[in-house]
Design a protein around this ligand. Structure first.
Ligand code: AKB
Length: 314
């Protein structure tokens, strides 16, 4: 029987992934953990433990006590917060991963660890970025993600650990807000549109970035973890793609439903990070190897976000 531990369960991905895992594997079989207090959304849906992802001993004790079989390690500092505190970004992102990989060997665990489009840098081809290409990240976050991918590959190929990963694009969701990322504007814009009828984008109007609605990201995560080992042919992290749009394009899609919505642009230091990332991603390997396909295009994502956020903000 699967017994799952989600580390970093109160973040943007963690909340929705925990709920999806609980639905699939049973509430009691999915332990949510975070250094923060329990998310209101998770309360009452299953077990929750306060856990610092850098506390190796507490993590090891929890894994042993609960006979954990699978870990989803989501705790991390993202691109913008990572630039504000590069030492913590390296310490948390690499320290937590390394200890979970070691624990994975010790306890024969299966592990999911997310990578990101942030592995790519300004020297990477920006359109339809291939799975295998030049990878020279410029942010500390991107560096930890690329180093993490190499570490996962090492543990998989040299030590036989079942660790799986995808490169998430910017993720768009309404249940839990993102924090500290360069792609966060694509969530903030909905709050601006609904609360004030306007939004100032910190990225310029024609900055294209790869994005994905959260339901697709959760579906991809469950799928890569469920397929048989033989289907996983890439031991680093799979490129994953769904939608690509600019601030101007998402604003136009929102205007179709909120005609008075006004967008303005005031690019800040996050622009340089966005400019170093791909505009669109080639994820044909994920599609061919384990049957990944996305469901949400721009208009379906915008409709779903506006409908759910209207309710939430009532
Ligand atoms: C960020 O913007 O830092 C993240 C990411 C693309 O990994 N959302």
């Amino acid at each position: 029987m699967e017994k799952i531990l989600v580390i970093g369960a109160c973040g943007q991905i963690g909340v929705e992934l925990t709920l999806a895992l609980r639905e699939k594997y049973g509430n009691e079989n999915v332990i949510a953990s975070d250094i923060r207090e329990e998310s209101e959304i998770l309360k009452g849906t299953g077990p929750f433990v306060v856990l610092d992802a850098m506390d190796h001993e507490a993590t090891r004790a929890l894994v042993k006590k609960e006979s954990i079989t699978t870990i989803y390690l989501l705790a991390a500092l993202l691109s913008v917060t990572g630039e504000k505190n590069p030492a913590l970004c390296w310490g948390l992102n690499m320290g937590a991963l390394r200890q979970i990989l070691d624990l994975g060997i010790e306890e024969k665990l299966k592990i999911f660890w997310p990578s990101s489009i942030a592995v790519f840098g300004a020297t990477t081809p920006q359109d339809n970025t291939p799975q295998k290409t030049i990878i020279e990240p410029t942010t500390m976050y991107g560096i930890t993600k690329y180093a993490g991918e190499l570490l996962c590959q090492y543990y998989n190929k040299r030590l036989g650990l079942d660790v799986r990963s995808v490169r998430y694009p910017g993720l768009i969701s309404w249940k839990t807000e993102p924090g500290g990322g360069t792609t966060d504007y694509a969530v903030e814009i909905f709050y601006g549109a609904l609360k004030e009828g306007k939004y100032t984008s910190f990225l310029s109007e024609n900055t294209y970035l790869p994005m994905m609605y959260m339901d697709d990201a959760i579906a991809a995560t469950l799928q890569i973890m469920e397929v048989s080992k033989e289907k996983i042919k890439i031991a680093m992290a799979y490129n994953l793609s769904a939608i690509s749009f600019s601030p101007k394009e998402i604003a136009e899609a929102i205007k179709k439903q909120i005609p008075n919505f006004e967008i303005s642009y005031a690019p800040d230091s996050r622009q340089a990070i966005a400019d170093s990332w791909p505009q669109s991603i080639d994820d044909s390997s994920a599609r061919a190897d384990w049957g990944w396909k996305h469901e949400y295009d721009l208009s379906k994502m915008v409709d779903t976000m506006l409908k759910n956020l209207k309710e939430k903000l009532k």
